[in-house]
Design a binder for this molecule. Structure first.
Ligand SMILES: NC(=O)C1=CN([C@@H]2O[C@H](COP(=O)(O)OP(=O)(O)OC[C@H]3O[C@@H](n4cnc5c(N)ncnc54)[C@H](OP(=O)(O)O)[C@@H]3O)[C@@H](O)[C@H]2O)C=CC1
Ligand SMILES: C=C(O[C@H]1[C@H](O)[C@@H](CO)O[C@H](OP(=O)(O)OP(=O)(O)OC[C@H]2O[C@@H](n3ccc(=O)[nH]c3=O)[C@H](O)[C@@H]2O)[C@@H]1NC(C)=O)C(=O)O
Length: 307
């Protein structure tokens, strides 16, 4: 079946479809060329049907959640994109005489919304994520973390679709191979459909205090008001702070075109207006080269690069 035929089938099933959609409208960096088709399945079942149809017909595709951890070429791409924007179902269950809260989320739920929901109920464990942009899907993919918290600490199990045998499966936390900014999703044909997270009852005042502390730290230290993709490099080792190292080279505010090393946090590259993919990549290469010369350290880019 060709793409036109796939679109007809998916439209009947209840999938929103947009032709020639600019990815810059879906990325926090505000960079990205056109994809021939963008699919927005309205339910988890339609998401699975879309994956099956695309895979069976050898149509290359990628998944987008919040688009907050992506650097996308501004040339037109030859792959289609599936958005998880409508997959926002949430189920809650109290366990152990209300001492624990189990929350099942579809992959398109925003991590910050989940953090808010859990904290409002007086359960602890997701305070660290109150300001992390992006979806639960992106968070599991990246093993999102901040302020000594990591998604791997709260995930119980994941429901995944395995593209290799086209089956829906359950994976326990230990099977998801979480490590620093890494999970099984990055190197496997597994797509996250939903996940279960469990939280312990906490002290409401302490939870709120932590959320206020983390939110104000983020606001004061990270350029969250500017288009960007979060930290541009991973920490190469736990005690090597990329921001400090880049600052020591005098590179805060350094620009190539409209791509600039943030003056607020040197570990971020911001888009001052019309930054291009090539400008961002040139700036990344320049920083990598300069850090290597000064510190003999190899930096790795944190966001996914689509080109
Ligand atoms: N700590 C912080 O302050 C910040 C952290 N981040 C991190 O980035 C994450 C980005 O989330 P988000 O914006 O939603 O993600 P994105 O839309 O940026 O997608 C990032 C990658 O996640 C993969 N992906 C997304 N959804 C799924 C899914 N359901 N199943 C399998 N793979 C999926 C895609 O893989 P593929 O390319 O293979 O299709 C894509 O390359 C955040 O949750 C966080 O981890 C980002 C900014 C700041
Ligand atoms: C934003 C992201 O996550 C962030 C997360 O929000 C923060 C807060 O916990 O810690 C990581 O940043 P980071 O490694 O830059 O840590 P920060 O706490 O911001 O900074 C570390 C140290 O560097 C110093 N620092 C930072 C920026 C700067 O320009 N100069 C500087 O000296 C800070 O003062 C601090 O002493 C995560 N990044 C990675 C790659 O691990 C992301 O993944 O996209």
């Amino acid at each position: 079946m060709d793409l036109e035929g796939i679109c007809k089938e998916l439209y009947i099933l209840g999938c929103e479809i947009r032709k020639d959609e600019y990815l810059k409208n879906h990325t926090s960096f505000r960079i990205g060329g056109k994809t021939p088709y963008m699919f927005f399945p309205k339910t988890k079942n339609v998401f699975v049907e879309t994956l099956i149809l695309l895979k069976r017909n050898n149509i290359p595709f990628k998944i987008i959640g919040g688009g907050t951890n992506l650097i996308v070429t501004d040339y037109d791409v030859d792959f289609v994109v599936l958005s998880t924007k409508y997959l926002t179902g949430i189920k809650e269950e109290f366990l152990s005489d209300r001492q624990k809260l189990l929350v099942e989320t579809e992959c398109g739920v925003y991590l910050a919304s989940l953090s808010y929901l859990v904290s409002e109920r007086g359960y602890s464990g997701l305070e660290f994520a109150c300001g992390i942009p992006g979806t639960v899907g992106g968070a599991l993919y990246m093993n999102a973390g901040a302020y000594d918290g990591e998604i791997k600490n709260i995930v119980l199990e994941a429901e995944v679709f395995d593209l290799s045998d086209m089956k829906v499966k359950k994976f326990r936390n230990e099977e998801l191979e979480f490590s620093y900014r890494k999970s099984i999703f990055q190197d496997s044909p597994l797509i996250l459909l939903s996940s279960k997270q469990v939280f312990n009852k906490g002290n409401v005042y302490e939870i709120k205090r932590k959320i206020e502390e983390f939110s104000s730290k983020r606001l004061n230290k990270q350029p969250i008001e500017m288009p960007c993709a979060g930290s541009i490099f991973k920490r190469p080792k736990p005690d090597f702070y990329v921001g400090t190292a880049i600052e020591s080279l005098g590179l805060k505010g350094y620009s190539i075109g409209d791509a600039q090393i943030s003056s607020k946090h040197a570990g971020f590259i911001i888009n001052k207006g019309n930054a291009t993919f090539n400008q961002v990549m040139a700036l990344i290469d320049y920083v990598k080269k300069t850090i290597k010369e000064k510190y003999q350290v190899d930096l790795t880019v944190e966001p996914e690069i689509w080109k």
